[in-house]
Design a protein around this ligand. Structure first.
Ligand SMILES: CC(C)(COP(=O)(O)OP(=O)(O)OC[C@H]1O[C@@H](n2cnc3c(N)ncnc32)[C@H](O)[C@@H]1OP(=O)(O)O)[C@@H](O)C(=O)NCCC(=O)NCCS
Length: 323
């Protein structure tokens, strides 16, 4: 096999790279037909890639073998300080005809990223492409996060037992909803996630809920045990999320955006009941799929959502350079 030549990605490469991206997405949809069929179209894939290329400070690499393109990699920084001095390869940011080529592409693209001081690297990779995930693992990356999807099928058929019930939230629930908002960031601050994300205050959350409780774009549910609120969950359209973009944004998808159960009440069915309420709301609202995501280091959500039928579509891999 002839040698791979790698150089920085240029605007003139986008048409050929978009064709590789469309082919990657076609293969991805064999495993996950609920992903959008739109991006199997080369023009649509080129448009996504072009938008990513035009993002501020975007840069990347393209690989050729015997003059033919065999892969590309494209990243851009996010401005939020949460991610450190970062570069993100989003869902439209990579495709290869041979997974090993990704290691050559990273070698060139990451030289510039690190020269620019961007040492925290995040990449969104199709979950089922074992060879590609393996190549990233051999570049020092590990899994941080998962995106997942499930069909819109009714699930909450059995009556809840043990004094458990789930209902739509009302204005009188605002104090509990505000307290429950802190449970996820507090949990993420602990082992095994150790997130540095800020935990807000109950007061901030109370103010948000006063504004949002009647917003028809969000469906909020509370779980009660013996008449006391012990958990909450929120459903909405996936477009409301800033982390499901481009090829990772299925058409007309609902989003299980949030769920939390107080620590003392976990492990007794409330999380399942809340998740099922959001799934059923998605079906009743006419969505074509339900999407969620989780930190894979969150031992609770990473075990709960697969039990509710969510299958991983994209993995977010992460590497911090310099240690
Ligand atoms: C995630 C969370 C909402 C789940 O609520 P819960 O009441 O603990 O979950 P349930 O008891 O209903 O369990 C749901 C399913 O996950 C499984 N599960 C839950 N925790 C588990 C664990 N630690 N180990 C193995 N399985 C587990 C249960 O067996 C159950 O599956 P089953 O009904 O098929 O048996 C809750 O743990 C929580 O608030 N965690 C902190 C905040 C958070 O992570 N929110 C999710 C944001 S992505």
């Amino acid at each position: 096999m002839s040698r791979v030549e790698v150089r920085p990605l240029e605007a003139a490469d986008l048409a050929a790279c978009g064709a590789m991206l469309a082919e990657r997405h076609r293969r991805h949809r064999i495993a996950h037909p609920l992903l959008s069929p739109r991006f199997e179209d080369v023009n649509a894939a080129v448009a996504e890639l072009t938008a990513a290329f035009e993002t501020e400070d975007a840069s990347g690499a393209v690989a050729f073998r015997a003059g033919s393109p065999v892969g590309f990699l494209l990243g851009a920084p996010k401005t939020s300080p949460v991610w450190g001095p970062n570069i993100w390869v989003e869902a439209a940011g990579q495709a290869v005809t041979d997974a090993e080529v990704m290691r050559d592409l990273y070698g060139v693209a990451a030289t510039r990223w690190v020269d620019e001081g961007r040492t925290a690297h995040y990449v969104i990779v199709p979950a089922d492409d074992e060879d590609l995930v393996g190549a990233w693992f051999r570049l020092g990356f590990g899994q941080q996060h998962a995106h997942a999807i499930r069909p819109p099928e009714k699930v909450a058929t059995a009556p809840l037992a043990g004094g458990l019930s789930v209902r739509r939230a009302v204005r009188a629930d605002i104090p509990e909803l505000a307290r429950l908002d802190l449970e996820l960031p507090m949990h993420h601050g602990l082992a095994a996630t150790f997130s540095a994300g800020r935990v807000g205050t109950v007061e901030e959350s109370l103010a948000d809920w006063e504004d949002d409780i009647d917003n028809p774009e969000y469906a909020t549910f509370v779980a009660e045990r013996d008449g006391k609120v012990i958990g909450s969950a929120i459903g909405c359209a996936l477009e409301k999320s800033s982390s499901h973009l481009s090829l990772a944004l299925p058409d007309n998808a609902a989003f299980l955006a949030y769920a939390a159960v107080y620590p003392h009440a976990r492990g007794a069915g409330a999380g399942r009941a809340l998740g099922e309420a959001v799934i059923d709301w998605s079906v009743d609202s006419g969505f074509d799929s339900v999407v969620t995501d989780w930190r894979v280091t969150n031992l609770l959500s990473s075990r709960t959502w697969p039990r509710l039928g969510f299958a991983e579509t994209f993995l977010r891999l992460h590497r911090t350079v310099g240690y």
